[in-house]
Design a protein around this ligand. Structure first.
Ligand SMILES: Cc1cc2nc3c(=O)[nH]c(=O)nc-3n(C[C@H](O)[C@H](O)[C@H](O)COP(=O)(O)O)c2cc1C
Length: 189
């Protein structure tokens, strides 16, 4: 029997990322889980207006999305516990810049995306930022013939219910493929 839980958002797990922005001329990183794909070339982020990072994104029109592996769990959690208003969080990382010049990227994260802000939606408590990915950087070690292997990236997944960090499980099948058998038999889903 189904039990009603009330209006609970259960869209978890989500990858935990470190979003970078240049704030007051210095790099700052914020931990974010409410990040999504708007279209194949764009990402969205739901960032509370109380955070320090927002002003840098608005000022420069740029930001970065860095994907940490599970071995960066403590540093990632720290960037979600402490505000750049009080601490220089960037000093924990080797920071580099790409073509956009104002989107700080983290060397220690196996995947980095440089983004240009395209839209800002003014929600009551959150800024919804949408950005176009203009360049992506990857550690060679996580590539298989030039393609990112997410098992090697070992992303840090976040679940709100238990406020937990989780890791990726095993691959179960191929998308747009395992269902072909049912499609051929014309069995309703
Ligand atoms: C696992 C985790 C996920 C988080 N996800 C978000 C999020 O999606 N949106 C948000 O506004 N804050 C999120 N936070 C909170 C910010 O990371 C935190 O308040 C941070 O200290 C703000 O940094 P800043 O003031 O330097 O910008 C998250 C924190 C943690 C630990």
């Amino acid at each position: 029997m189904k039990k009603q839980l009330g209006a609970k958002n259960c869209l978890y797990p989500l990858p935990t990322v470190l979003v970078g922005a240049q704030v007051n001329g210095k790099p700052n990183f914020i931990t974010m889980a409410h990040v999504g794909i708007v279209d194949p070339g764009s990402v969205s982020m739901s960032m509370s207006k109380s955070h320090y990072t927002n002003q840098g994104i608005k000022e420069n029109g740029t930001f970065s999305v860095n994907i940490p592996g599970t071995k960066l769990m403590k540093e990632t959690d720290y960037c979600g516990l402490v505000s750049g208003k009080k601490e220089d969080k960037a000093k924990m990382f080797k920071v580099f810049y790409g073509a956009l010049k104002t989107a700080p990227l983290i060397e220690e994260c196996p995947i980095n995306m440089e983004c240009e802000l395209t839209h800002t939606f003014d929600f009551e408590s959150h800024d919804i930022f949408v950005g176009k990915v203009v360049e992506t950087y990857s550690d060679e070690e996580v590539l298989d013939s030039g393609v990112v292997n997410f098992a090697k990236v070992d992303p840090l997944l976040f679940v709100m219910n238990d406020r937990g960090y989780w890791s990726l499980g095993r691959k179960l099948g191929s998308a747009w493929s395992v269902g072909m058998e049912l499609k051929r038999k014309k069995v309703p889903p």
